[in-house]
Design a protein around this ligand. Structure first.
Ligand code: NOJ
Length: 533
């Protein structure tokens, strides 16, 4: 399939989306960092795996203090990754294979060496003076209020040239843009058009919930649940995060997207599950897919998972399309949290729920957190707020393609170390019919084959005895999914004639089931379909 024509409307409803942190995917020139040429060389793998779209973390020019989420120039590819010509080559090659490309859009902040900030911080009288969030000192000369950076300390930084403070939600080197300024909106819209015109299929909007901060600069109240939490969580961020005015900014971004056919807007949102509906919008559309981490946040227990799934579906506005995420560059590897056998069950859950599945490079080989020696830590979060287990490097370690010391990722020294245990790698798992990689691939193919899994209704069944169960139904088909969440065998019953489509063990062959029950082995999930033959 060639996707150049973008004629498939809401293609993301049927898509499986794969997140890639480019710096850790495949190095092509031995500098220890992944790059565009490396990714181009791995398109065959993406095709083999069966993913429909790739979301790339930022690839723009950046000092890389925060994995590229500190952008110095939105229209330039960072030289460590390649150049625009290579980007165009990548896009063309992906599209030729029917794979779409989503870029990260970081509208909330730039790097402090971005020319906009250089101008804005030089004087209160320059044209871009109001492009960032500037405020006078408090009477005692200190920061204007008690707002804290997510990465620790005050969110205000003194600027001697302006004799004012500027606001940064994240690092001191990541000043927040002023989204109340129409010129800023217009500038970000231009950036979006620059990439949309090149043919990208959409954006994942970074930090979309914090675009607007309280205009009165009111202090955040103390967090009653702060005990044991990292210092940035000392306050409840009601005046900095998820302000109602922010929604208008997301609507603006969506309008830009909607001026192009078939482009996707997904986004990082925050807050409890019951807030997620707001990010879809009603009269004015907002995000197509606000990213939902409910499966990661729930404890690995049938009733908790069932409750988390139910709460999420209940929170969705009518006609909103669901989305499920099981990994990401900010999230601790779920295989470390729940275990290897359980990760297989989670893969089946992800690929059989109603909604667009997202997973992160390495999840498909059951990758776990890589232990990073303290002298090799790169993540500023860990450096600034140590001791709370916040370090994101363990998830960001380079992809493991084979069992060589640097995993086939680089011929040089990898920018972050890889684990010593080489069992979990792509090459080994590609030749093992029962590997988790083969399971991911098989599940993606099954989803592709079974329209009912992509578009059918979700019908919960009563989960008991540690078996999480549900149906997917369409006018012509009915599929049952039963996931044994325990490490003990469990019997599971149904009524009617069904045939087995897949077991997470990948060893039961597709067959008509002779009985109306099955003994699920420890951590076994099965997908069965009504037998109409
Ligand atoms: C959200 C990104 O996912 C995270 O990695 C980054 O540190 C912050 N935004 C700041 O840009």
């Amino acid at each position: 399939m060639n996707v150049d024509s973008h004629d498939e409307g809401e293609w993301w409803r049927s898509a499986v989306i794969y997140e890639i942190a480019l710096i850790s995917f495949q190095d092509s020139n031995g500098d220890g960092k992944g790059d565009l040429a490396g990714l181009i060389a791995r398109i065959d793998y993406l095709k083999w795996l069966g993913v429909d779209a790739v979301w790339l973390t930022p690839i723009y020019k950046s000092p890389f203090r925060d994995l590229g989420y500190d952008i110095s120039d939105y229209r330039v590819i960072d030289p460590a990754f390649g150049c625009l010509d290579q980007f165009d080559e990548l896009l063309k090659a992906l599209h030729a294979e029917g794979i779409r490309l989503i870029l990260d859009l970081v509208p909330n902040h730039t790097a402090n060496d971005h020319k906009w900030f250089v101008e804005s911080s030089s004087s209160p009288h320059r044209a871009k003076a109001d492009w960032y969030i500037w405020a006078d000192a408090a009477e005692n000369g200190g920061p204007p209020n008690n707002w804290m950076s997510r990465f620790g300390g005050s969110a205000w930084e003194w600027c001697e040239a302006r004799r004012q403070y500027y606001y940064h939600s994240f690092l001191v080197e990541q000043p927040d843009l002023n989204w109340r300024n129409p010129q800023v909106r217009a500038a970000i819209a231009e950036v979006m058009r620059f990439w949309l015109d090149r043919g990208v299929d959409g954006f994942r909007v970074d930090a979309s919930a914090v675009l607007i901060k309280d205009v009165l600069l009111r202090d955040n109240p103390p967090n009653p649940d702060a005990a044991g939490k990292p210092p940035p969580q000392r306050h409840t961020p009601v005046f900095t995060d998820d302000r109602p005015e922010t929604m208008n900014c997301i609507e603006f971004i969506r309008e830009v997207i909607d001026s192009y056919p078939a482009r996707l807007l997904c986004g990082e949102v925050q807050g409890e599950t019951d807030r997620i509906g707001h990010f879809y919008g009603t009269e004015r559309p907002r995000l197509h897919l606000p990213l939902n981490f409910a499966l990661l946040d729930a404890s690995w227990e049938a009733l908790s998972l069932q409750a988390a799934i139910d709460a999420y579906f209940n929170a969705l506005p009518e006609h909103a399309w669901p989305v499920w995420v099981v990994g990401g560059h900010d999230k601790q590897r779920v295989a470390s949290k729940i275990g290897e056998a359980q990760m297989r069950v989670l893969a089946m859950l992800l690929m059989t729920l109603r909604g667009t599945p997202f997973f992160y490079m390495g999840d498909e080989i059951g990758r776990k957190r890589v232990s990073i020696p303290s002298d090799q830590v790169r993540d500023p979060f860990e450096k600034l707020v140590p001791g709370f287990g916040l370090c994101r490097d363990p998830e960001r370690a380079p992809m493991r393609w084979d069992d060589s010391p640097h995993g086939g990722f680089t011929t040089g020294i990898p920018w972050l170390p890889l684990e010593r245990d080489c069992g979990l790698n792509v090459t080994a798992q590609q030749s093992d019919d029962h590997s988790i990689l083969m399971l991911f691939r098989g599940l993606i193919a099954l989803r592709q084959e079974q329209e009912c899994l992509r578009q059918g209704r979700y019908v919960p069944l009563r989960s008991r005895d540690d078996v999480l169960a549900y149906k997917r139904t369409s006018a012509t088909n009915e599929i049952l999914v039963a996931l044994n969440i325990s490490a003990e065998p469990r019997k599971w019953h149904w009524q009617g004639r069904y045939r087995l489509l897949m077991s997470t063990y990948l060893d039961r062959s597709a067959q008509t089931l002779p009985e109306t029950s099955i003994l699920l082995r420890p951590n076994e999930g099965v997908v069965i379909a009504i037998d109409i033959g």
